[in-house]
Design a protein around this ligand. Structure first.
Ligand SMILES: Cc1cc2nc3c(=O)[nH]c(=O)nc-3n(C[C@H](O)[C@H](O)[C@H](O)COP(=O)(O)O)c2cc1C
Length: 304
């Protein structure tokens, strides 16, 4: 099955910049789309649906030469804004919707009615099959080592397993932070790379300067994957885990008298294992130019 035209013809590089809670902003997404990669915004990063609508007004003003933008919608009963945010996506004819948590045929039909496409993110083949049965246009495979709510599967095994029953559009996410990683995703059988953590360390990312510095200072072993701080397993910078008073191996409170101690994502910082190759804070345009050069170099190296 070919890639939808808007993911094929309008991209300078086969990359979707992944949606990141608290980190992605309209400024970051606009820079990503202008640089020729899909930029994605979680609807819930806007404090209200009215603010979200204003953001989509801004994204709607991107030039026709820019890559399409994507909106991330959480399809979970706890998301009481889903209906309002979906209606705003409909008004703005958002070109790409990335759904998380659950895939729903009724949502896919609504998005198709305004001409959009739906990609659904999954962490295993069972969820992939379920999403396909709901009519999604493509899948995002979130493998082990990813930032945010990561899976635990090896990326190669995961892509090959899904490719054995699905020939539709696939994006692969998890620790892809440079051009060679983008090519590796394609070599494994994906069409696109799905990159989050690399974009935390950019000028436009809406993250604290200390958070960005922590990403620069970290290597893969500085990431803790744990279900302790969220509804599912997620990856966090151990330095932020320690700073919040938790053990960096178990995620348990260091002060054992505080066994019910909780923490919010604003304080405990998420990143994936791709931190090891991130050493600077470039503007997005410069980063995408570099990724494209690395991608070309990796292709040439393999071609001999
Ligand atoms: C700080 C942070 C916040 C994230 N927030 C979301 C989110 O709100 N919705 C979502 O679908 N995925 C979220 N993710 C996961 C990413 O969309 C993507 O799966 C992941 O970043 C890819 O792996 P990488 O970070 O190793 O590149 C988040 C990731 C990070 C690092």
């Amino acid at each position: 099955m070919p890639l939808p035209a808007l993911l094929q013809n309008r991209l300078a590089l086969p990359v979707i910049a992944a949606p990141m809670f608290l980190v992605s902003s309209p400024e970051l997404v606009i820079a990503q789309c202008r640089a020729g990669i899909v930029g994605a915004i979680p609807a819930l990063n806007a404090r209200s649906s009215e603010i979200f609508s204003g953001w989509l007004d801004q994204l709607g003003n991107l030039p026709a030469t820019a890559a399409p933008y994507a909106v991330n919608l959480i399809l979970h009963p706890s998301n009481t804004r889903l209906e309002a945010d979906l209606a705003i996506c409909e008004q703005h004819r958002a070109p790409v919707i990335i759904t998380s948590m659950s895939a729903r045929a009724d949502v896919v039909e609504r998005v198709h009615a305004w001409g959009g496409i739906v990609l659904h993110d999954v962490v295993n083949a069972r969820h992939a099959r379920k999403a396909i049965s709901q009519g999604v246009d493509g899948l995002v495979l979130v493998a082990g080592g990813a930032g945010g709510h990561a899976g635990s599967l090896n990326p190669i095994g995961f892509v090959r397993e899904v490719r054995s029953f699905y020939d539709g559009p696939l994006a692969l996410g998890g620790a892809i932070s440079d051009g060679a990683g983008i090519l590796a995703a394609q070599a494994a059988g994906a069409d696109l790379a799905y990159m989050g953590t690399r974009f935390i360390a950019t000028e436009e990312a809406q993250a604290d300067a200390d958070y960005k510095q922590m990403v620069l200072d970290a290597t893969a072993t500085d990431i803790l994957y744990t279900p302790r701080f969220s509804v599912a397993g997620a990856s966090f910078l151990k330095a932020s885990v320690a700073r919040c008073g938790f053990d960096t191996e178990t995620g348990l409170p260091v002060d054992t008298s505080q066994e019910n101690k909780s923490v919010v994502w604003r304080d405990i910082w998420s990143a994936g294992q791709g931190v090891g190759v991130i050493n600077d804070l470039p503007p997005v345009a410069e980063l995408v130019t570099r990724l494209a050069a690395e991608y070309r170099a990796a292709r040439e190296r393999l071609a001999g």
